[in-house]
Design a protein around this ligand. Structure first.
Ligand code: CP
Length: 362
């Protein structure tokens, strides 16, 4: 079974098939209006969402299918203590495909382990958000025209920003990609991302203190919100929340063809006076999210009947029960019955990484 838990679950070819299908859907909307007739998408959202949940809903409706699910887990039997694994087994009786957002990191992996229908990770804590990555890639394709040879600046919360982690992973497979990291000390990109993703794939990166010093070099400026909900300490959030605010003045040296992306929602990191600038692509990006989710739903439903299409959830070299995950938000620490699973880390420091959330063990 093919699931989408992390962008790297898709080969470069599969990813490009999805982008190409999304482009065809944009050009030929009518052709796809019955494509998912009789199919049901379950949207299981344990965490708030506007864009992801509603774009999945709109996507399935435009494909002629139906949608069921919940947008607040408090109204489901999760409030009685039902595990993610059991909820998934139940939903398998009702739907053909699942889109799940969860605050527990690794929840989509656990769901996929317990599912006979495709599971799409619609965001698991600060770990991964692969459909935002597909949205970002479709936007880069439509706005810039290529994935190779781009310089992309990531600005803001690079520590907790799962959309940043996922997009760097996806772009690391293309030639000539350069990454500029613009973040305060407390919100820098985690070391494992620098080592396992940038270093291992030969992606050059620099860390800078201000967006102004690199503005004229960028093809894409990817702004992010500081994620208040991921902080354990509110004072720490207050110290970093206003570090980077993009306004018209800071865009002075940006190239005319540069594009500003943001996964949204924004708080104050992009001033509203930027919205009318033709380089501001973030609301166009939202609509691309619906088209690319239409393409993803079609592909995963097609691939569900193809025995050659699989997602490796537990690598063959994973070790069982030997370590404990140090991440308090990992599903292995939050739910009963989730087996400890670690895989060898493919970075300079060696050791192992949690299969669910990618943290190193205690
Ligand atoms: N970009 C994104 O994931 O938005 P939502 O949280 O509104 O789904």
């Amino acid at each position: 079974m093919k699931h989408l838990i992390d962008p790297t679950d898709l080969s470069k070819q599969e990813l490009e098939e999805i982008i190409d299908l999304a482009l065809d859907i944009i050009e030929n909307r009518e052709k796809y209006s019955d494509r998912c007739k009789g199919k049901k998408l379950a949207t299981l959202f344990y965490e708030p969402s506007t864009r992801t949940r509603l774009s999945f809903t709109a996507a399935m409706m435009e494909l002629g299918g139906n949608v069921l699910g919940f947008s607040d887990a408090k109204n489901s039997s999760v409030s009685k203590g039902e595990t993610c694994a059991d909820t998934t087994k139940v939903i398998n009786c009702f739907a053909d495909i699942i889109a799940m957002r969860h605050f527990e990191e690794g929840a989509a992996t656990v769901s996929a382990m317990n599912s006979h229908i495709p599971v799409i990770n619609a965001g698991d804590g600060s770990h991964s958000h692969p459909t935002q990555t597909l949205t970002d890639l479709l936007t880069i394709k439509r706005e810039i025209g290529r994935f190779d040879n781009i310089t992309i600046g990531f600005c803001g919360d690079l520590k907790f920003g799962r959309t940043v982690h996922s997009l760097i992973k996806a772009l690391s497979r293309y030639k000539g990609v350069k990454v500029v990291l613009i973040a305060p000390e407390q919100l820098r990109l985690p070391d494992y991302m620098k080592q396992e993703v940038c270093d291992m794939n030969g992606v050059p990166y620099v860390e800078v203190d201000t967006m102004e010093e690199v503005m004229d070099q960028l093809d894409v400026l990817y702004m992010t919100r500081v994620q208040k909900e991921r902080f354990f300490d509110e004072d720490e959030y207050d110290r970093v929340k206003d570090f980077f605010i993009l306004d018209k003045e800071k865009l002075k040296n940006a190239r005319p063809e540069m594009r500003i992306l943001h996964p949204l929602p924004r708080v104050n990191e992009i001033s509203t006076d930027v919205d009318d600038d033709p380089r501001a692509a973030y609301f166009r990006q939202v609509e691309n999210g619906k088209f690319v989710r239409m393409a993803l739903i079609c592909k995963l439903l097609d691939w569900a009947n193809d025995p050659t299409k699989t997602t490796e959830l537990v690598p063959a070299d994973a070790v069982r029960g030997e370590f404990t995950c140090r991440n308090k938000r990992c599903i292995s620490n939050m739910e009963n019955g989730v087996e400890s699973l670690f895989r060898p880390a493919h970075d300079k420091s060696g050791g192992y990484r949690c299969v669910y959330c990618e943290s190193k063990p205690k």
